[in-house]
Write a protein that binds this ligand. Structure first.
Ligand code: N01
Length: 543
């Protein structure tokens, strides 16, 4: 990279059309598209490699809960034909290998600056340029700044008194070490029973001397029934990938699955049971697609929730443990439904103890263990499966200053405001991929990323062709969209659980349902209409 003379201690690394923050699936595709459209671009990435959240989440058992034939890019027919997924649900190492393959195939590495954390981004009103500063003491100037920072990339560390005094290693599932971690024979504590906890717990139980699982809220989980990729299944996808991707995008979650169109309450209990059993045997979260109203109607939801509770009770041998593992006080699916491999069976092992953190809250940690309620648990190692400051965490870590000194963190103090999740008023030429206010985490992420990135690339092209200097979300359009996001959520059961969708897992974070729950097709249609209507709701201008 050419280095130019800088101001102060910083070196000006260069001027680009786009600065892209993050080399996960969003950043990689943004770079690819930008280059294809003839723009100069650089990606700034804190990690030493590509893959984003899949770079960091390398805990044992880490695996995607969306089928691999669908959790992949669709933009290149050649890519989707030549890549072979070895399992129904891809493991983290395979997803990371895929990200690296994509970066290699499309020659992306040369435009990515690794080990480079973005600290600040400031909009210069005089020339409509973003100046992006990094921890490497570099400044990058660009007309467009794209936050491809990911929805689940800022690990959330709980504030447990005395955590720092613990002498053993503390691992967070979301920033797992790269060196092999051996927990063999140790006394290990795991805090958290969300998707990450549910995947890591069986793996740790298999090697630990004793495992203590500290559970605050039990989670609904269904068996993934992962297996090696079936050759015929793979061929059938590859024979009609384009048509299937199109059909998937027409489904609410952007996933091609067997979506039932009847209400769960419109069929007999016998028929319903048969259908749930069929889907349970098939594995995966498709059980939530059995009927059309499972995420909207509390009574319909209760039918599947009760079915899953029954399965948990059947698997877990000690009834007092089973009762602790059975979720009762929120609808299934209101927190993301987990897909597991022998999670509930793990609690039948002699070397696993479930600690009910609600009845016996974690009080403190000391040099050699943890006190929950009045009991002390001696630990050699601690694993935090405590999730993420989702959707806004990674962006908020960057000091982003827009027009007239407006600070994004301050603007979002009472919850994030965006127009379509793509832009936020007061921050011209700053885009967010799958930002709060987009369907993102409620959908298959990679197609959602592709659609957002395509929209951004088309927008940049349009503004450049018009000879304009900026595009910016307007306040009233943003307010209208946030109303739409609220209304869409209120029509669902999502708001009835204390989840990271609402931000309530992070102390002090305002409780605002962040993703757009109106479904991928509705969102995509709105995005297309807005663009076709000359970017309705956005201001376009010259300086
Ligand atoms: O995080 P979570 P995650 N004291 O927030 C508990 C994706 N993902 O990393 O529920 C004690 O869901 C917390 O308890 P509670 C997927 O979208 C996908 O597991 O707040 N406990 C909860 O049990 C997923 O939804 C995959 O009461 C504390 C857990 O920690 C998202 O990432 C795999 C605590 C956090 O659960 C996040 O999943 C992994 C405290 N202070 C992740 N703070 C797949 O594709 C938190 N907890 C399969």
């Amino acid at each position: 990279m050419q280095k130019l003379a800088g101001r102060g201690d910083e070196v000006v690394a260069g001027s680009f059309d786009l600065v892209i923050v993050g080399a996960g699936f969003a950043g990689l595709y943004m770079l690819h598209l930008a280059r294809r459209m003839g723009f100069s671009a650089v990606v700034l990435e804190a990690a030493p490699g590509v893959g984003g959240t899949w770079f960091w989440n390398r805990y044992p058992g880490a695996r995607c809960d969306v089928e691999s034939m669908q959790y992949s890019y669709s933009f290149s027919e050649e890519l989707q034909q030549e890549w072979h997924w070895s399992e129904r649900y891809a493991s983290q190492p395979e997803i990371l290998a895929y990200a690296n393959y994509v970066a290699w195939k499309f020659d992306l590495f040369c435009d990515i600056e690794f080990n480079t954390r973005v600290l600040a981004a400031a909009f210069q009103e005089d020339d409509c340029r973003w100046v992006v500063s990094t921890d490497q003491g570099m400044r990058y100037r660009a007309k467009w700044c794209v936050m491809a920072t990911g929805c689940l990339s800022a690990a959330q560390i709980p504030s447990i008194p005395g955590l720092d005094s613990f002498q053993g290693p503390v691992y967070h599932t979301g920033s797992w070490p790269h060196e092999p971690v051996s927990l063999a024979g140790q006394s290990v504590g795991v805090i958290g029973t969300g998707s990450s906890g549910i995947q890591v717990i069986p793996e740790i139980a298999a090697q630990a001397g004793h495992l203590y699982v500290f559970q605050r809220t039990p989670n609904y989980s269904v068996p993934a029934r992962n297996r090696p990729m079936d050759a015929e299944y793979e061929s059938s996808w590859k024979a009609e990938y384009a048509q299937r991707r199109k059909k998937a995008r027409a489904m609410s979650a952007g996933l091609l699955w067997d979506q039932g169109d009847k209400s769960a309450l419109a069929v007999s209990p016998e028929e319903r049971l048969q259908e749930y059993e069929r889907r349970w045997a098939a594995g995966g979260t498709g059980i939530m697609a059995a009927y059309s109203d499972l995420l909207q109607n509390a009574d319909a939801n209760e039918t599947v929730a009760e079915f899953v509770r029954g399965k948990i009770r059947n698997v877990v041998e000690r009834s007092e443990v089973a009762e602790l593992l059975v979720p009762v006080d929120y609808p299934i699916g209101a927190k993301r439904t987990c897909a597991d491999t022998k999670y509930f069976e793990t609690f039948n092992r002699e070397n696993v103890t479930l600690v009910d953190h609600r009845a016996s809250p974690i009080r403190e940690m000391s040099s050699n263990g943890i006190t929950a309620g009045s009991e002390f648990f001696r630990l050699d190692s601690l694993v935090l499966a405590t999730g993420f400051d989702a959707m806004t965490g990674a962006i908020s870590k960057i000091d982003i200053v827009g027009r007239r000194g407006l600070n994004l963190k301050e603007k979002w103090l009472n919850g994030p405001n965006t127009l379509l999740g793509l832009m936020t008023a007061g921050f011209p030429n700053l885009f967010i991929v799958t930002g709060p206010g987009s369907p993102s985490v409620l959908t298959n992420m990679i197609p959602s990323i592709e659609d957002n990135v395509q929209w951004i690339a088309d927008c940049i092209s349009h503004i450049s062709e018009e000879g304009a200097d900026f595009i910016e979300a307007t306040g009233p359009a943003e307010e209208t969209w946030m109303g739409e996001v609220r209304r869409a959520a209120e029509g669902t059961l999502f708001v009835q659980a204390k989840s990271w969708y609402l931000g309530v897992n992070v102390p002090g974070k305002p409780a605002v349902f962040m993703p757009y729950a109106g479904g991928m097709p509705a969102y995509q249609r709105i995005c297309e209409e807005v663009a076709a209507d000359g970017y309705r709701g956005f201001a376009i201008g010259t300086r």
